[in-house]
Unconditional design. Structure first.
Length: 320
């Protein structure tokens, strides 16, 4: 029996890696599966892939990892999550998809960038409506509203705006030097004045762990454990979160809902490297994550499960 290696790619997080590697070794060992931290650097075309499975928690920040991972996929490694889809995914697209799935989302508009790299001039932009119909956009979305990046995370550059003036001020910031040389594409979203808030950790597209969440608390106190999500709210959160991760093909994700007048609005479900830190999600959820994640990668390593995106790209015909 040839040994199967599961690799882990991580960023700064420190509580998840060691226990994850240990649990995969413990459960996978008898089946010839073991786990280690990935070591990458200078991928060569002819190199044989070392890993049967790679859990990728950081390629959104380290572009070289993503480039390397794309090659590994073609060479036969199962990468969680699909680096091709993760790179393509955006919040506006996801909102359109949610509507198709019957999952409620806030009214959303995607906006042209505020500014461009210096080589772009009026000729390059002649297909853009200018000025934008801000009054029409505000009439559709309503106020207050949320202006946030179409791709992003960690609450970076998320603005709540209460008036047209605040909106235009915030939009202008997205073209400023503070945004670096690649101004972000932003979406404007109806602000959901929620009475309750639910965050679901989703693994393997079928396992969902809903938790009450307080977005107004400091980061490490946001997951609320003494008031579990129960009954119909739980059922609906699980149902809608499953519909979203199944459609998106994410094997790890978190899906966040703001609950207003009994309706669950999906707010953020583009979290393909979800927070797994034990101090954040707390002990019970952390144990659940270790259990589900280890089962997932062991099943992939042993060929007992097939990644959702296998066969989805034209080039799959040439994959190993
Ligand atoms: N449409 C909205 N209505 C109400 N609150 C929102 C809305 N969009 C974002 N928020 C709040 O802002 C936070 C950050 O937005 P989010 O879309 O999760 O950005 P990020 O991808 O940076 O995490 C959310 O957790 C939520 O509390
Ligand atoms: Mg978020």
């Amino acid at each position: 029996m040839s040994e199967k290696v599961v690799g882990l790619l991580v960023g700064r997080e420190d509580t998840f890696p060691k226990p994850f590697l240990e649990v995969v070794d413990r459960k996978g060992g008898p089946h010839g599966v073991r786990a280690e931290m990935v070591l990458f650097g200078g991928a060569k075309l002819d190199e044989e892939p070392r890993y049967s499975v790679i859990v990728d928690r950081i390629s959104h920040e380290v572009p070289y990892y993503r480039a390397h991972l794309k090659g590994e996929v073609l060479k036969g490694t199962v990468v969680v999550n699909d680096p091709f889809w993760w790179e393509a995914d955006e919040k506006y697209f996801e909102c359109v998809l949610a509507r198709r799935l019957g999952v409620a989302v806030p009214k959303t508009v995607v906006l042209p960038n505020k500014s461009y790299i210096s080589d772009i001039n009026e000729l390059s932009l002649r297909n853009l409506r200018y000025p934008l119909d801000w009054d029409g956009i505000i009439e559709y979305i309503g106020l207050p509203a949320i202006l946030k990046p179409n791709t992003g995370g960690g609450w970076k550059d998320v603005f709540r705006v209460d008036s047209k003036e605040e909106l235009l001020w915030a939009y202008d910031q997205t073209g400023s030097a503070a945004f670096g040389y690649r101004p972000k594409t932003m979406i404007l979203q109806e602000f959901i004045k929620w009475q309750d808030y639910v965050r679901c950790i989703c693994i393997g597209r079928t396992h969902v762990y809903p938790m009450r969440y307080d977005p107004t608390a400091p980061f490490h106190e946001r997951y609320v454990i003494d008031r579990p999500i129960e009954g119909e709210l739980r059922e609906r959160a699980v149902h809608d979160a499953t519909a979203l991760v199944d459609a998106l093909g994410y094997d790890m994700d978190t899906v966040e809902f703001a609950v207003r007048d009994g309706t669950l609005y999906a707010i953020d479900f583009l979290n393909p490297a979800p927070d797994f830190d034990s101090f954040s999600i707390k002990d019970e959820a952390f144990a659940w994550v270790l259990d589900r994640m280890s089962d997932l990668v062991i099943d992939y390593a042993l060929g007992r499960a097939r990644p959702p995106w296998r066969g989805e790209h034209r080039w799959w015909r040439f994959a190993r």
